[in-house]
Write a protein that binds this ligand. Structure first.
Ligand SMILES: Nc1ncnc2c1ncn2[C@@H]1O[C@H](COP(=O)(O)OP(=O)(O)OP(=O)(O)O)[C@@H](O)[C@H]1O
Ligand SMILES: [Mg+2]
Length: 357
């Protein structure tokens, strides 16, 4: 990603390795790791609100939790934890979904209950065909449920008297196969939503889009068409486009599935950086267990069809995270726990005829 363009003078000074901003006598922690933190965190918009001062104050007062990357200090830990967003809590209560196909009824979801906190990244994993997309579609309002209730911030989206949620800009879906308009530039794709809704003027939308694209490392591709950039860049454009609507919830259905592992790892860090700037609730379906643990505050491991949570895994590795956590012992432990839980369901699904995890 490009170097941040809006770095505060203090942060810039630190990056050059000169001088100190520790005016309040807090311990001097400007080692290489701290410099790296500044470099990275300034992208999260903290510099404009006195990030360096926050960091210095925090370093004087709070300990980073056990297992936290060494460069994290108190305030940074808090900023990145789930639950700091005030909106976007999803409550799925006893939800059922039956499809009436030609071959007969298919019970895709049965008595599924799941509480997702506002501002949480909740990863959903489970065997192929278990009902994950069905659940996402119900939240998005793409189809009806046959039982139970789904709430967004205590407001009922769908329930007994209203089986289908109203789709709305408060819940935006990013699909597996992408959905950018190929005839529009990346910038035009990103500004499309607020312009169509009449929420922003052209100038306002362009300004907001340019800012968000720059934050997502997309400065320089605004005037390219989606077909002219890599698939990883296209994915980022889509995520920024989704966030342009200021949604409460981002619904992601295997958005990085088609990407190679290197591009995927770049996307993971990019997504986290975007998330740290735009606290939304993220409902993220994946088959990639490493992706699930790296990104998620929690991982919901679903049963084979009909789908409901079999196990909720709390990923107690603090955010902000970077790829160094992948080699930590705790990460490996969580992977093992997830693999074991998923394996049992995958075997059941396989025996039932589904051939993929
Ligand atoms: N429109 C439909 N009509 C009938 N059956 C359907 C329909 N959509 C999905 N199903 C069935 O419901 C079950 C759950 O499907 P769903 O797409 O939610 O699974 P999934 O967990 O997202 O799978 P994958 O991981 O492969 O994407 C599957 O058995 C599927 O065949
Ligand atoms: Mg699916």
């Amino acid at each position: 990603m490009n170097a941040p363009s809006r770095m505060s003078p203090a942060a810039a000074e630190q990056q050059k390795g000169r001088g100190s901003v520790h005016k309040n006598g807090a311990p001097r922690i400007l080692d290489r790791a701290f410099a790296r933190l500044l470099q990275r965190r300034t992208r999260f918009g903290l510099e404009g609100t006195g990030a360096v001062e926050h960091l210095v104050r925090a370093s004087g007062g709070k300990e980073a939790p056990a297992g936290a990357p060494a460069f994290l200090v108190g305030h940074q830990m808090e900023v990145a934890q789930a639950g700091h967003a005030s909106k976007g809590a999803i409550r799925i209560q006893n939800v059922d979904k039956v499809y009436h196909a030609r071959e007969g009824a298919v019970q895709a979801v049965l008595d599924c209950s799941l509480d997702i906190r506002a501002g949480e990244i909740c990863m959903i994993v489970g065997p192929s065909g278990c009902g994950k997309t069905t659940l996402l579609n119900a939240i998005a309002g793409f189809h009806e449920i046959t039982g139970g209730t789904i709430y967004l911030d205590d407001e009922m989206l769908c329930g007994p008297d209203k089986p289908r949620a109203e789709p709305g800009p408060d819940r935006v879906v990013v699909f597996q196969n992408g959905a950018l308009f190929p005839w529009k530039t990346n910038l035009e794709n990103v500004t499309f939503g607020p312009l169509v809704q009449g929420r922003l003027t052209k100038a306002q939308a362009a300004e907001k889009a340019r800012g968000m694209m720059a934050d997502a490392g997309l400065g320089g591709v605004e005037h390219n068409y989606p077909g002219e950039v890599s698939s990883g860049v296209r994915r980022r454009v889509e995520i920024v486009r989704a966030l342009m609507n200021d949604p409460k919830v981002l619904l992601l259905d295997e958005p990085f599935r088609a990407l190679d592992s290197l591009t995927k790892s770049v996307m993971h860090e990019a997504l986290l950086e975007i998330y740290y700037r735009n606290k939304v609730t993220i409902f993220f379906i994946t088959h990639d267990l490493e992706e699930a643990i790296f990104l998620g505050h929690r991982v919901a491991i679903m049963t084979t069809r009909p789908c409901k949570p079999k196990k909720m895994l709390e990923v107690d590795i603090p955010h902000p995270r970077d790829y160094s956590v992948l080699t930590s012992p705790r990460f490996r432990e969580l992977m093992e726990e997830t693999v074991n839980a998923v394996h049992e369901e995958a075997v059941k699904a396989f025996e039932a005829g589904e051939k993929e995890m």
